[in-house]
Design a protein around this ligand. Structure first.
Ligand SMILES: Cc1cc2nc3c(=O)[nH]c(=O)nc-3n(C[C@H](O)[C@H](O)[C@H](O)COP(=O)(O)O)c2cc1C
Ligand code: SF4
Length: 490
């Protein structure tokens, strides 16, 4: 994990929790309209992947239990984890790329409705991603993966001053490179080949020499629209288009997107596909269905988007008719740490990853609400352009005072609590009942995120060893952790 050079350890902020009467009067617990629907409160649980789907992307009982547990806490909105829009294998991540996924998703919706007594609105985050391969073994890379071309022979001839390389067989070139020093390899391999060797092969939206990447603007609107149609059929209240972090749509928005086909370069061109996807989705699901997007206030990588890009995108999304804008930050591949051999690069290990899920080992600003100024700038730009599209803030929101302050100051319209809701899904109910002192406070040290990185079932260190031998407890695959937070007894 990436760390600041001279980190400061921040404390979990002490706070005064409201009485039930104060909570009832608060802005946080007032209803808010989103599109054609109303949320009971301005509280929001952003998407979190729990690694509980089947290998084929189907909903499991464990998925249903997970969302049922969040729903029991009755947040205003709950967003189901990033769910793949394509019908391709992607491990135990939920998928919505075919009608066969609808029955499972329908059960999940039903469980949330029942557990929240119909009070929590349920959205599903829909995502497309490009290929990311594991970091290969050194020998295997040169034996099997690297495509040998005359450019390699030329580079070898030049670096060794030996023209015989120009006519050498592929096997000889492979054998030489497999045992060459890093210094030699840096001269022979190009930047992408070196990256594939050191990090694993990773596709970019700018790889337009690949037909399937070139054709993304033709195919993605239809794929997202069909996925959103299925979400509607399964009973979700709406969809959240995943335009954030390290994935396809965020990469189209990125300042690093240099495509020359009208879908890259200037901001107007980078936002074109996200808008076309939105319009296709809207055409499919109709005007009365909630369609929002999650995108980044800042990519936190060199040559990446900054707040000026984000405010521009926010206004364009609002103008197009999106029903909500949920703002995240960072979470990119470009600054991720090198994975171990056999593992895939994880986009939350660099500085941009820190900004996405900040921990208490921080700089002076600390981890709490450090994305709020950027969220406020986006909301201000959207409102100044004449739109009232609700804006969701997230990132280190943990106390009632903090969330209420953000809304009162007009910095955001809704407060998103991801890890704090994972630590204690009853946060919302406890605050409303004037029992905030009973909340399990998230420590923001990212044990949960480490499990996500290892593709293990996500749990929280605050509850996963609690009463492990109680009869109704389901254990994680490792047998040492409980899969769900304890039930709160009123
Ligand atoms: C285990 C875990 C899984 C996550 N999965 C997603 C995801 O599927 N989609 C997404 O947009 N963000 C995801 N996030 C990021 C959160 O939605 C949120 O933006 C981030 O944790 C910062 O908010 P917080 O400080 O309230 O936790 C995930 C975070 C965690 C801890
Ligand atoms: S594991 Fe740690 S960071 Fe994650 S939700 Fe629990 S207390 Fe918070």
């Amino acid at each position: 994990m990436w760390k600041f050079a001279n980190p400061i350890r921040h404390q979990i902020p002490a706070t005064r929790w409201p009485t039930a009467e104060e909570a009832a009067r608060s802005l946080l617990f007032q209803p808010i309209r989103i599109g054609g629907s109303e949320l009971i409160s301005r509280t929001w649980v952003p998407a979190m992947v729990p690694w509980r789907a089947t290998e084929d992307g189907f909903v499991t009982e464990a998925n249903i239990d997970w969302y049922r547990r969040f729903a029991a806490g009755q947040p205003g909105a709950l967003v189901v984890e990033a769910t793949g829009v394509r019908d391709i294998p992607s491990g135990p991540l939920l998928r919505i790329g075919d009608d066969r996924f609808i029955p499972g998703l329908r059960q999940l919706v039903k469980a949330v409705r029942e557990a929240s007594e119909g009070r929590t609105r349920l959205f599903v985050q829909i995502i497309d991603f490009l290929a990311v391969r594991r970091r290969p073994e050194h020998q295997k890379y040169f034996k099997r993966f690297l495509r040998i071309t005359d450019r390699h022979r030329q580079a070898l001839a030049e670096s060794s001053n030996d023209q015989n390389w120009l006519g050498r067989e592929e096997a000889e070139v492979r054998a030489f490179l497999a045992s060459a020093s890093d210094e030699v390899l840096e001269h022979i391999l190009d930047e992408r080949e070196l990256e594939s060797l050191q990090f694993g092969y990773r596709e970019r939206v700018t790889d337009t020499e690949l037909a399937h990447v070139r054709q993304l603007p033709e195919v993605l609107p239809g794929i997202f629209a069909a996925a959103a149609g299925r979400a509607r059929e399964a009973g979700f209240d709406g969809v959240e288009l995943h335009y954030a972090h390290a994935y396809t749509m965020a990469s189209f928005l990125s300042a690093r997107n240099t495509r020359t086909d009208g879908y890259g370069g200037r901001r107007e061109e980078r936002v074109r596909l996200p808008l076309e996807v939105y319009h296709a989705v809207r055409d499919c699901v109709g005007e009365d269905y909630i369609v929002g997007a999650r995108f980044l206030s800042d990519e936190v990588i060199e040559r990446g988007n900054r707040i000026g890009d984000a405010t521009y995108f926010g206004v364009e999304f609002a103008r197009a008719g999106l029903d909500f804008l949920s703002i995240s930050k960072g979470g990119k591949f470009e600054d991720a740490q090198q994975p171990k051999v056999g593992q895939a690069v994880y986009p939350y290990t660099g500085k941009s990853g820190y900004e996405c899920m900040p921990t208490t080992l921080s700089d002076e600003a600390g981890p709490f609400g450090r994305n709020v100024p950027q969220v406020a700038a986006i909301k201000q730009a959207v409102n100044a352009a004449g739109f009232s599209t609700p804006v969701v803030a997230s990132g280190g929101i943990t106390t009632f005072e903090q969330a209420e302050g953000i809304l009162r100051r007009g910095e955001a319209d809704l407060a998103g609590l991801a890890r704090q809701a994972l630590a204690d899904p009853d946060w919302f109910l406890k605050v409303q009942l004037g029992r905030g002192a009973e909340i399990r406070r998230c420590t923001y040290t990212n044990y949960c995120e480490a499990l996500d990185q290892a593709h293990k079932q996500v749990t929280c260190k605050l509850w996963d060893r609690f009463e492990l031998d109680a009869p109704e407890i389901t254990l994680a695959a490792d047998g040492r952790r409980r899969l769900l937070p304890p039930t709160w007894k009123l």
